[in-house]
Ligand binder design. Structure first.
Ligand SMILES: [Zn+2]
Ligand SMILES: [Zn+2]
Length: 865
């Protein structure tokens, strides 16, 4: 061990962080499957491997690491796994960009290989950031959703839910992105405000307004309100669709707004969700005018093969030339778009796979989970309440978990693999058995793949050891930490899948974190140029400062604005703490500390009370994930109580070598030891560095959470007074131009309680301090008069001097309570208001003293001559 005298002057975070990173062992964070300790399993979010661990991730992971480390210290067997949610469009798009190809230019296997390669590269980049941030990840429980052992489980979960009737396939309208050529779920639809045109045209004698004329070929009915008298003559009639000539029924529906346009609307398959609703309600025909590539189909007649935009132009042109287009108006519209590429979504009816949504089951499980903060449960409730469609889980993409089914070419039967043969890619292998229905051996493998959320929504089953047989051994997990932006996706789907596969809630608690906003208060985005990268902060101020920022930023669940000043403040706190540490270590090194030393001095007892209070406060905050409360309490104790008050008070005692020095040393050690332990979850490097110096190389991360308690009501009260008195007298010294260590003379403290300060006050103030329990006997005298010349001048002019002389001649009782008039040069003149004020001083035993009051304590100061 280096001597404390040789500790570096400044805290060098870069050197310290790198050194400890090289010393810590991964094994120390492994979940112990044989442990008797209570388990604490965390369903860590598997981030998308973009290669950049962004600041929002950093915030979320800081929260996780705070409680993972805390729970370990509290005696839990903690699992803090790390997953990677690999599949999906963003990687496919990136691979297309990087290789200047589209997914159709190479074979499916080659495309998948490219996606794999990119993903692996990105994961290794992100692992590095996780390590620098000092997250206590359990790398023995890492999972990668694109790997066979994981996606085999995704396939198993699919088969189980298929067998239990939760999963079905059906031709049903779904949200579809024609650019990405895939179905997407409702949760993935973004909304955009756009300007469009409303076109009024003649529809077989009735005026109809539409924003989607290109869907005319898909028109399947005209709807009017049942009580709209204007259309009585249409009831029961068929109408002829202009340009296309097919007949459609007229349906009556309460949902039609008679005041919008002409009150008659056309129903197409499908313009929007309302069309889907009417289509089901009135059992209408299905006319598919747009295909998966966004091209017009055969039923569009001469428009076949056009894309939707060209088709719209062509149809409007034809309406004009046939003189059926009456007028056009601009209309502001909210359009559903693809979350990935912003292309407006189409609603297409296609054969897809669905997961049944049973709202009551999900609500029930959601209510059995404890939500932090509590109001986030409402978001889940609202989302479940508004669910109208089942979850479409099939995607028409490549880099994803294959749907493990085949279709019999002869009879159409769905054929599934044996569970022990999973994982399978049905496009590469065939079933091991003939068709159970017709005995045929000819199959078509399902080419659709699974929605990525099908992978990530079993993360909790995976980490708790699910293998399909019964309830997983570590299920349910203790906690799910995640952002509020994915409540309606990840949280929702996970609850759904856990209930469907195990009949139980997935976790006991869910901790929802907010988003990180840029320094300008806006969501971080490339276009705003307000993106802050964790690596930049790590380079400038280190991981501990960044982690403190995350803890301090805001109450858990609230959005948090990034602010460099907060990071700088965090780093300053470390500098201050380092100075305290060096001071304490040097004192302790001189003669060590005696664990049995009697603690008698007021300052010592007081510090232990304040420490005990802080520990209770911090522990309570950690239990309910209020990290900002915890770190604020720690900082306040360390900075204000310990550094600014206590150490100033006992410094003198520590230098004297007096017997009571041992008491102060023990207290210093106790406080510093506790501070390291409380800081360990927040600033793991800094806490480790200080603790190892304090305790001969021991690791703070292997210590139990601090459990110190100390009760002494008198010390709390009197010690607070003591600290205040000292602070006030020091302020007095400063205000009267004295150096803080300058001798002060005699200080008498009139305090109703008996105080044993072991001489601390005298040494700190460099004064002859007397504590007295009797009442102060002070005499108030007027020693001077303040004249207000701006009042006196204008009133008395040449007589001003005479006026002041006359006032000075007044007896003390008249100065304190002046008369209305005064005699000046023989005549009675009025004394103007505010023309003077007497100045009082105090006399104690005949000597002039300055007086300070602190609550019911009176302090007199007789300055040395
Ligand atoms: Zn798209
Ligand atoms: Zn068959």
């Amino acid at each position: 061990m280096v001597s404390s005298y040789q500790l570096p002057k400044n805290y060098d975070f870069a050197e310290v962080e790198e050194r400890w990173r090289g010393t810590w062992r991964d094994e120390d964070h492994y979940f112990d499957r044989n442990s008797k300790k209570p388990q604490f399993v965390i369903d860590t979010p598997p981030p998308y491997p973009t290669g950049n661990f962004h600041i929002g991730n950093a915030l979320n992971w800081c929260y996780i690491d705070f409680f993972a480390r805390y729970k370990r210290m509290k005696g839990f067997n903690v699992m803090f796994p790390q997953g990677w949610d690999c599949h999906g469009l963003p990687t496919e798009v990136k691979v297309e960009e990087l290789n200047h190809i589209t997914k159709n230019d190479v074979s499916r296997e080659e495309f998948r290989r490219l996606c794999h390669e990119l993903t692996e590269k990105n994961i290794s980049l992100m692992r590095l950031t996780l390590r620098k941030m000092a997250f206590s990840t359990d790398w023995s429980n890492e999972y990668i959703t694109m790997m066979p052992d994981y996606y085999g489980k995704t396939q198993l979960s699919f088969l189980r839910m298929l067998k239990s009737g939760y999963i079905y396939q059906s031709e049903h309208p779904v949200n579809y992105c024609i650019r990405c050529e895939t179905a997407i779920a409702f949760a993935e639809v973004a909304y955009d405000d756009r300007e469009t045109q409303l076109n009024y045209f003649d529809f077989d004698g009735v005026e109809i307004a539409t924003t989607r004329p290109e869907l005319l070929a898909a028109c399947v009915a005209v709807a009017v309100h049942p009580t709209d008298g204007r259309y009585n003559h249409l009831k029961g009639r068929k109408m002829i669709v202009p340009l296309f000539g097919h007949g459609v029924p007229v349906v009556l529906d309460e949902a039609v707004d008679p005041t919008f346009g002409s009150g008659a609307v056309m129903i197409c398959t499908f313009g929007d969700k309302q069309d889907v609703h009417w289509w089901k309600q009135h059992n209408l025909a299905l006319r598919k005018a747009i295909d998966r590539q966004g091209k017009m189909t055969g039923i569009a007649g001469k428009y076949e093969g056009l894309n939707t935009t060209d088709c719209r132009t062509a149809i409007l042109d034809d309406m004009k030339s046939q003189k059926i287009l009456k007028r056009q108006e601009n209309l502001a519209q909210r359009v559903g778009t693809c979350w990935r590429c912003k292309t407006p979504i189409e609603i297409l009816s296609e054969r897809q796979w669905f997961v049944k949504i049973k709202p009551d089951e999900i609500q029930e499980a959601a209510h059995q989970i404890t939500w932090y903060p509590e109001h986030m449960l409402l978001r889940m409730e609202n989302w479940v309440e508004q669910m109208e469609w089942d979850w479409c889980i099939s995607r028409q993409r490549i880099f994803a978990t294959p749907i493990p089914v085949w279709f019999c070419k002869k009879c159409g039967e769905i054929v599934i693999p044996d569970e022990r043969d999973l994982p399978v890619d049905p496009t590469l292998v065939t079933p091991k058995h003939p068709c159970p229905k017709c005995g045929s051996n000819e199959f078509a493998g399902e080419v659709d793949v699974l929605d990525t959320w099908m992978d990530s929504s079993i993360s909790v089953l995976n980490v708790t050891g699910w293998d399909g047989s019964g309830t997983p051994p570590y299920f349910p997990a203790q906690i799910r930490p995640q952002g509020h932006d994915i409540i309606r996706t990840w949280a929702f789907y996970t609850i759904l899948r856990s209930v469907a596969l195990t009949g139980s809630k997935p976790w006991e608690e869910i901790l929802v974190n907010g988003m990180v906003l840029g320094e300008d208060g806006f969501k971080m985005s490339k276009s705003r140029g307000n993106i802050i990268v964790p690596e930049e902060i790590l380079g400038k101020y280190g991981a501990d400062a960044l982690r403190q920022w995350a803890a301090m930023g805001a109450a858990t669940g609230s959005d948090i604005m990034f602010n460099w000043n907060d990071v700088v403040a965090a780093s300053r706190f470390q500098t201050k703490m380092w100075n305290i540490a060096k001071f304490a270590l040097i004192q302790l090194e001189k003669e060590g500390y005696d664990q049995k030393a009697p603690v008698t001095a007021l300052a010592d007892r007081w510090l232990l009370v304040r420490l005990s209070d802080t520990i209770q406060q911090v522990s309570a905050a950690m239990e309910c994930y209020q990290f900002d409360t915890a770190i604020k309490a720690i900082r306040e104790f360390a900075w204000d109580t310990l550094a600014d008050n206590y150490i100033e008070l006992v410094k003198g005692r520590l230098y004297t070598g007096d017997a009571s020095r041992r008491s102060a040393l023990l207290v210093l050690h106790t406080a510093f030891d506790a501070l390291c332990k409380m800081l360990a979850p927040f600033t793991p490097y800094f806490a480790e560095e200080c603790y190892s110096h304090l305790n001969q190389g021991a690791s703070v991360h292997k210590q139990p959470w601090v459990s110190f308690t100390y009760e002494d009501e008198a010390a709390r009260y009197e010690g607070n007074l003591l600290a205040q008195v000292v602070a006030e007298v020091r302020k007095y010294k400063h205000d009267t131009g004295l150096a803080l260590n300058a001798p002060l003379g005699k200080v008498t403290i009139y305090c109703p309680h008996t105080v044993n300060d072991e001489g601390d006050t005298g040494r700190t103030l460099n004064a002859d301090v007397h504590w007295r329990t009797d009442a102060a006997k002070l005499e108030r005298v007027i020693t001077d008069i303040d004249f207000n010349r701006s009042v006196i001048g204008p009133v008395f002019r040449k007589q001003a001097q005479a006026f002041m002389t006359a006032i000075k001649a007044l007896p003390p009782h008249q100065l304190a309570d002046p008369p209305k008039t005064i005699t000046l040069d023989g005549s009675e003149v009025g004394i103007p208001e505010n023309s003077f004020a007497p100045k009082f001083s105090y006399l104690e035993e005949g000597a002039k003293v300055d007086v300070i009051t602190v609550g019911d304590v009176i302090v007199t100061i007789a300055k040395s001559a």
